[in-house]
Design a protein around this ligand. Structure first.
Ligand code: DX5
Ligand code: ZN
Length: 210
C-alpha cells in the first residue's frame, strides 16, 4: 500500500483568511490540500471555482487535490489544471464521458482521478483503475462537510485495494481519529478531513490521524 497522506479539506477553513489557513495547515503537517468544488447542480452547495483555486495556488506549497462535484466536469478540467490543480478527481456519476475527461485532465498537465459516491459499486471504476492516479471513495454523500462516516463504504475500499494494490485510495467524509483507523485498515491511504482537523489544534489533529 502506498504511503499515508493527510489531505485537509479547505472547505472547513476560514475563507476570510485563506492564506493564513493554508500556511497553518501546511505547517501542521498536511501532505495535500483538498479543494471541494461544488457546482450547485451535481450537489446543492456552491463553493469555489478556478479563480479561487489560482489564489490558493499562489500561497500553497503542497499539491492541490481538486475534487470536482460537478455535473459537467469536462468543460472545466482544463481551467482547474491551469489554475494550479495537481490532482483533479471527477465523479463517475457525473454527466461526463469518463475516458475523455481523464485524458483531458492528463493532457492539461494534472493527475486524473475518479470518485465514487457511497452507494456506487467498485465495478463503476474498475475499468479505469490502471489509468488513474487516485481513486476517491466518498464516506458521506457529497455536498457538505461535518456529516457522519458511513461504515458500509469500507467494503468498497477493501475491494478497491484488492484490485489496485499500488493506487492512492482516498477516503472523504466524516474522517476523525477513529474512522481514519478503520479506513486505513480497509486499505485507504489518503485521508481527507475537514471539520475534524479545522475544529481543534491543527497539528494535534493531523498527528492523531496518522
Ligand atoms: C463533502 C466533501 C468533503 C468534506 C469533508 O462533500 O467532499 O471533502 O469537506 O468534510 P468532513 O471531514 O467534515 O466530513
Ligand atoms: Zn471532498
Amino acid at each position: 500500500m502506498p504511503s499515508l497522506k493527510i489531505a485537509p479539506s479547505l472547505l472547513s477553513c476560514d475563507f476570510a483568511n485563506i492564506q493564513r489557513e493554508v500556511e497553518a495547515i501546511e505547517a501542521a503537517g498536511a501532505d495535500l490540500l483538498h479543494v471541494d468544488v461544488m457546482d450547485a447542480h451535481f450537489v446543492p452547495n456552491l463553493t469555489i471555482g478556478p479563480p479561487v483555486v489560482a489564489a490558493i495556488k499562489r500561497v500553497a506549497r503542497k499539491p492541490l487535490d481538486c475534487h470536482l462535484m460537478m455535473t459537467d466536469p469536462q468543460r472545466y478540467v482544463a481551467d482547474f489544471a491551469k489554475a494550479g490543480a495537481a490532482i483533479i478527481t471527477i465523479h463517475v456519476e457525473a454527466n461526463a464521458p469518463v475516458s475523455d475527461t481523464l485524458d483531458a485532465i492528463r493532457k492539461a498537465g494534472a493527475k486524473p482521478g475518479l470518485v465514487l459516491n457511497p452507494e456506487t459499486p467498485i465495478d463503476a471504476a474498475a475499468p479505469y483503475l490502471n489509468r488513474i492516479d487516485m481513486l476517491l471513495i466518498m464516506s458521506v454523500w457529497p455536498g457538505f462537510g461535518g456529516q457522519k462516516f458511513m461504515p458500509q463504504v469500507l467494503e468498497t475500499v477493501k475491494a478497491a485495494r484488492k484490485l489496485a494494490p499500488d493506487l492512492d485510495i482516498e477516503i472523504d467524509g466524516g474522517i476523525n481519529a477513529e474512522t481514519a483507523r478503520q479506513a486505513v485498515a480497509a486499505g485507504a491511504n489518503v485521508l481527507v478531513a475537514g471539520s475534524y482537523v479545522f475544529s481543534g489544534d491543527y497539528a494535534a489533529r493531523i498527528a492523531s490521524l496518522r
